[in-house]
Design a protein around this ligand. Structure first.
Ligand code: NAI
Length: 217
């Protein structure tokens, strides 16, 4: 599947389409019009048509979208039609919460191990996932063909650990540490900051007109 020319904004919306299409498949729905999909997703039908037109071939007048086909095509674009091996650096509260969440595996993200500097954590298993010492990082990355590392360590340590990960072949970092990482251009970083999301929620709360429900700013 060719994805040249698809804007970042569309790519950002694809996981949501994927989720809704998955739900439709579970309900046994084989095809859906942009109008019906728009009602479910609370976005305009024209937005849906514009977004999904990038993938061509489906969404015909009078037929709607073939749900299973679209679901598979979006999976290909997102690269989740294949498995990705993951490690988690930092086996504390957040690292363990991620390890305990089973849905990532259902999406093809396989957690191969966790790493920590705390000797009390090393040697433990979290939902069957071993916690290794940092010294074993290189060997495990190479042996398990790890592609993605989640960083759930304090921010002071994040940059140095990220550099090590890159030196050992990691090309994708799921960064939860509250710091911006400065890494080579061929390394992709996805920052996840719950507190920033909470601040955006606070903004909306504070600037929402309580009568009309519209944003004031
Ligand atoms: P925690 O203190 O429970 O766990 C951190 C773990 O990292 C500890 O087990 C510690 O031994 C380990 N660690 C420290 N230095 C390390 C290193 N160089 N290599 C490997 N392991 C190392 O903390 P928690 O609550 O799990 O948070 C972890 C990080 O994630 C913090 O920086 C926190 O600010 C951040 N965080 C980010 C969120 C987000 O939305 N992005 C949400 C919650 C926490």
């Amino acid at each position: 599947m060719e994805n040249k020319g698809i804007s970042k904004a569309v790519i950002k919306r694809l996981p949501r389409y994927y989720r809704y299409l998955g739900e439709l498949m579970n309900e046994g729905v084989e095809r859906i019009s942009s109008h019906d999909l728009s009602e479910r997703m609370h976005v305009t039908a024209s937005q849906i048509r514009q977004d999904l037109n990038h993938f061509g071939g489906f969404g015909q007048q009078g037929y709607g979208y073939n749900v299973a086909y679209l679901y598979e095509e979006i999976a290909k674009i997102l690269g989740i039609d294949q498995k990705h091996n993951i490690i988690i650096i930092g086996a504390g509260n957040l690292g363990q919460a991620i390890a305990n969440y089973t849905n990532f595996e259902k999406r093809g993200f396989i957690i191969k191990g966790m790493f920590d500097v705390n000797p009390r954590l090393v040697g433990m298993t979290i939902r069957g996932i071993p916690v290794y010492a940092l010294e074993e990082l290189e060997e495990i990355i190479r042996r398990e063909e790890v592609q993605i590392a989640a960083l759930t360590i304090p921010k002071m340590r994040a940059e140095e650990v990220a550099e090590k990960l890159v030196a050992y072949g990691i090309r994708a970092i799921w960064n939860f540490a509250h710091t911006d990482l400065h890494l080579p251009d061929d390394v992709v970083v996805e920052n996840v900051h719950l507190s920033e999301s909470l601040m955006r929620l606070s903004y909306k709360l504070v600037h929402m007109d309580s009568v009309s429900g519209e944003m004031l700013l």
